[in-house]
Design a binder for this molecule. Structure first.
Ligand SMILES: *[C@@H]1O[C@H](CO)[C@@H](O)[C@H](O)[C@H]1NC(C)=O
Ligand SMILES: [Zn+2]
Length: 229
């Protein structure tokens, strides 16, 4: 083995043991291909586009949203599965750690740029796959708030998304909680990433104080005062 070969060998071994990007498989299955929404999925979105945005969003979640630079920091997943399926009452639902169901009824009924809306939905649902929730102890509305914060941070907040300062409680959920998390991130850069890291095995509302020096009720009051509502 020459020196050059040794170097090449070392580089190869290194890149194999530390994959630069995701080693996660994205599986997309249209289970209702003959329904109006399933047909619209094939025509306007398609499986290749879905897999492409999943990779982009996955990288965004690791590098920007949660700032998890080593595999040991990340949720260990091998795959994320997407099913286009007929169900009513929600745009999409994430389940069993690594599955996302998207409603073909929602896809059929949506008026506007469907690819954009689909991408926005995926920022939310994929965040559920990769976020920590204190092993189930974090408030559900905080978990939803973090998922909606991903949309905001990525520039995919939909029309009608809460404005800064809106809401009655920090744990109201979704876009209301996301706006509050945005405020906390303004006080402590990387707040959401740090909070997520703390939520790996447990949850305690004291985490807000540990990260910002102020308890969550005080933060909420100052947030509301800042935006005059
Ligand atoms: C998602 O769709 C699959 C396939 O139809 C189904 O087996 C599963 O129960 C659905 N999950 C939820 C949470 O609705
Ligand atoms: Zn959700």
């Amino acid at each position: 083995m020459s020196v050059n070969h040794l170097i090449l060998y070392t580089l190869l071994t290194f890149s194999l043991s530390f994959p630069a990007t995701s080693a996660i498989n994205y599986n997309v299955i249209n289970l209702s291909p003959n329904t109006p929404g399933g047909i619209r999925f094939t025509k306007e979105i398609g499986i290749p586009f879905t897999k492409k945005i999943m990779r982009t969003i996955n990288d965004f979640i690791w590098s920007t949203l949660f700032q998890q630079n080593t595999p040991a920091d990340r949720k260990p997943l091998d795959c994320v599965n997407v099913y286009i399926v007929e169900f009513d009452g929600a745009e999409g639902v994430q389940w069993g750690s690594y599955n996302i169901n998207v409603s073909s009824i929602f896809l059929n009924g949506y008026e506007g740029d469907l690819k954009w809306k689909f991408t926005s939905l995926f920022y939310h649902e994929m965040t559920h796959c990769f976020q920590w929730d204190g092993e189930g102890r974090a408030p559900l509305n905080l978990v939803e708030g973090v998922a909606d914060y991903a949309k905001l941070k990525a520039g995919y907040a939909q029309q009608g998304y809460a404005a800064r300062g809106q809401g009655d409680r920090w744990d109201q959920g979704y876009d209301f909680t996301a706006r509050f998390l945005e405020y906390c991130d303004g006080i402590v850069p990387g707040f959401v990433a740090k909070l997520n890291k703390k939520m790996r095995h447990n949850f305690d509302v004291i985490y807000f104080k540990e990260l910002t020096g102020k308890n969550v009720d005080r933060l909420w009051k100052e947030y509301k005062a800042k935006y005059g509502k």
